[in-house]
Design a protein around this ligand. Structure first.
Ligand code: DGL
Length: 273
């Protein structure tokens, strides 16, 4: 049985999973966390399922070496491509993944028209098709892969003209179709919610799934009696497969706090310090 003081492992292709980490810290302030951003391979969106599975497996091994008691796949693309695969490879490890928030969107839409922003791999995966089939009856979904948006957020360009242009390309045609809800199906995108809200206006709801994923993690730790209630051991560590200075410089902007970032390297599909 893993010790409660052990950290929660979290990973993403880059800094997007920090939107999930942010929600987790709000709800579980006593938990230690290890965050891995695979910035050497970002973006995952245009990559093949096999490649994403290989990366996700290497990262999972690394996070387990850091004694993670639970692993959050804080990336819709990696969840779509690799969550089932990871559960098969590591049957003893509890995983929590992302799935596009189609269900809550279908419940709240009044116009019956919903926009979904995600990556190409997420739209192509079986997970997206299955949530739309299970929960999307009677709702029309308009999808857009927002090419280039992940890279803009990786550069910390949350408000630039180029970022705005990408979002307008995606959202203006959806507004013409009378959407009243937007699902953020990529963990990078919550960082541009203020910009999205300015484009779509106050009558359109924007759904960030991070708080509900954090609640799910907390529930899982509670039932397995692994939720850390003491505040002594809390510590967050960050790892990146690219230049640590770049992730470090983004932490204040994205998380509102500073942090130490260590570099790791990929060798033969394995992550090493
Ligand atoms: N944050 C990832 C996701 O949720 C980013 C995708 C990418 O690297 O393309 O899908």
């Amino acid at each position: 049985m893993p010790l409660l003081e052990n950290p929660i492992g979290i990973f993403d292709s880059g800094v997007g999973g920090l939107s999930v980490l942010r929600a987790m810290r709000e709800q579980m302030p006593n938990e230690s966390m290890v965050y891995f951003g695979d910035q050497g391979h970002v973006p995952y969106g245009p990559r093949s399922m096999e490649q994403i599975q290989k990366f996700s497996e290497g990262i999972t091994r690394f996070l387990l070496e850091q004694n993670s008691k639970l692993i959050v796949v804080a990336c819709n693309t990696a969840s779509a491509a690799a969550l089932k695969y990871l559960r098969g490879r590591f049957p003893e490890v509890p995983f929590v993944g992302m799935e596009p928030a189609v269900k809550p969107a279908a419940e709240i839409t009044k116009t019956g028209k919903v926009g979904v922003l995600a990556t190409p791999a997420t739209f192509q995966g079986a997970l997206y098709a299955s949530v739309v089939e299970r929960f999307g009856a009677g709702v029309e979904f308009f999808q857009h892969a927002c090419p280039g948006l992940v890279s803009q957020i990786e550069k910390g360009e949350l408000e630039s003209n180029a970022t705005r242009a990408i979002l307008e390309d995606a959202l203006l045609p959806m507004l013409e179709k009378n959407i009243d809800t937007v699902v953020l199906g990529c963990t990078h995108y919550p960082f541009v919610i203020p910009l999205i809200e300015r484009i779509v206006g106050a009558h359109v709801r924007v759904i960030d799934p991070a708080p509900s994923v954090a609640r799910q993690v907390k529930r899982l730790l509670e039932v397995s009696v692994n939720l850390n209630q003491t505040s002594e051991s809390q510590r967050v560590r960050f790892y990146t497969s690219a230049d640590p200075a770049s992730m470090k410089s983004l932490l204040p902007l994205l998380l509102g706090t500073d942090g130490e970032v260590e570099a790791v390297t990929w060798k033969d599909d394995q992550v090493t310090l």
